[in-house]
Write a protein that binds this ligand. Sequence first.
Ligand code: ZN
Length: 313
Amino acid sequence: MRERVIVCEVGPRDGLQMAKSRMATGTKQAWIAAMAQAGVPEIEVGSFVSPKVIPQMSDTDVVVRDAVLVPGLRVVALAPNLRGAQAAYEAGAHRVTIPVSVSEGHSRANLNRTPAEQVAEVGRVVEWVRAQARPMEVEAACSTAFGCSFDGVVADEAVLKVAAGLASAGVDMVALADTVGYAQPAQIRRIVGAVRREIGDVLEGLHLHDTMGLGLANALAGLDCGIRSFDAALAGLGGCPFAPGASGNIVTEDLVFMLESMGFDTGINLDQLIDCRRFLAEGLPAEARHGHVAQAGIPKTYRAQQGLGGGVR
Ligand code: ZN
């Protein structure tokens, strides 16, 4: 039995919010269905934010309602507040993820709240969700946990304080997010270790960006610390508003290649996953598509893993 690692595809949310043009709803739906077909177990399909702020997300309600019909797929939606979480619940999302910036500057710019105010908002979401008939997981993602484009260095103590606040608010899971992609592996080890000591297994996931090319190195550091859930975006779609030309999240195809090659089980068929890039080529032709494995091709050594009981299905 190989150990399972969850890969959550966030391209339809994190990737698209940076895109210059809008992806048609039908293309988005077909892309999500194809990734689920390739074995991707969780997809963050959109965010319930004002369409005035992010026009790309104006069809999130329709996309969530459609995605929950895809067999076996866990559908995640981002919401910045209680109102958004209520919309996610009404649409049938399996999980809502709420961003909580650790740094004051990012919190003000992104949410117009202090970190403490946003932790309190998460508490209101948990309270509301627990009173509903249908269960929905509540995840809180600590944005800018490893550095901030406004405030620079983020103190470890600030991360611990926010994570502890979220755990006592009763969230199902906490993720640490390197929102701008400034983290390095030693820092990942240090902060993941410290947060684990503070809130235990409630710390579940890492959300990494590849701005500085350290995305997979950071994922490996997280893996070494026991993290078994990672966000990633197909073709590294997206970018960083503070680093023009940078890729977005870590590349799903490359992450799957690394994990499967190391003997972990992602449940994802890499050939099929790479094929999903055609939806980006069609739906967002102007966007850069990143990724080493897609460019180089899956090596024969990877295919050999199948014969060893590892690799693709
Ligand atoms: Zn992100």
